[in-house]
Unconditional design. Structure first.
Length: 206
């Protein structure tokens, strides 16, 4: 049982240790670091976290994070609105954008199908993607999900839902390693995977 010289320090450690990848020792180091900073710096840090939680919304079109109802990607007239790149989460939007090889729009699922984790199709944003495709304004859906069993299961499920829409369905070329998470792929590899994407049916044959 750890003993803290201050209840306020213990409370700070308890909260910081709830962050992913932060154990109690790391949380203590962070708390002591903050304690040494100027009050104005710590206040600015705290306010940025509060604003992050209270002022950021999710785009009503693609579900990406946004400070406005429609994000700056969806509202950009220079983007190709006939292409939708389907990704698992916001980090993958950032990864694809960093390649500078894609100029269409996105659809953030907010997760992937994973029965082991109790995540089914109803827990992620698939139906809004289907509705978007059914408007007839979309010519291609690019599946940019991680090359894992869960990612492939999600791609298969979505492709079945879109089968009768007539839309072209593509997946990333397997420059992204099998079993690899999209956000960890380097920008050059990910960029080439987008450019060299293949029709989903062809990938199934291979």
């Amino acid at each position: 049982m750890e003993h803290y010289p201050s209840r306020l320090l213990e409370e700070a450690v308890n909260e910081l240790s709830r962050l992913p990848g932060i154990g109690r020792r790391g949380a203590l180091r962070l708390a002591l670091h903050l304690l040494k900073q100027e009050s104005a710096d710590v206040e600015r840090f705290g306010n940025s976290i509060i604003r992050l939680r209270t002022q950021i919304n999710y785009c009503s079109c693609c579900h990406n994070i946004s400070e406005t109802e429609i994000c700056n990607i969806c509202s950009n007239p220079r983007r190709d609105a006939s292409q939708i790149c389907v990704v698992q989460d916001i980090r993958d939007v950032m990864a694809v954008e960093n390649t500078s090889q894609y100029n269409g729009l996105y659809h953030v699922l907010g997760g992937i199908i994973s029965p082991m984790d109790g995540i089914g199709p109803g827990q992620i944003k698939i139906e809004s993607l289907v509705e978007k495709v059914n408007t007839g304004k979309i010519s291609e859906v690019i599946m940019a999900l991680s090359a894992t069993m869960e990612g492939d299961t999600t791609v298969f499920y979505i492709s079945k839902k879109l089968r009768d829409s007539g839309v072209k369905i593509s997946i990333l070329a397997r420059g992204v390693a099998i079993g690899g998470e999209l956000e960890y792929a380097d920008e050059v590899t990910l960029g080439r995977s987008i450019i060299n994407r293949v029709p989903y049916e062809n990938a199934l044959v291979k």
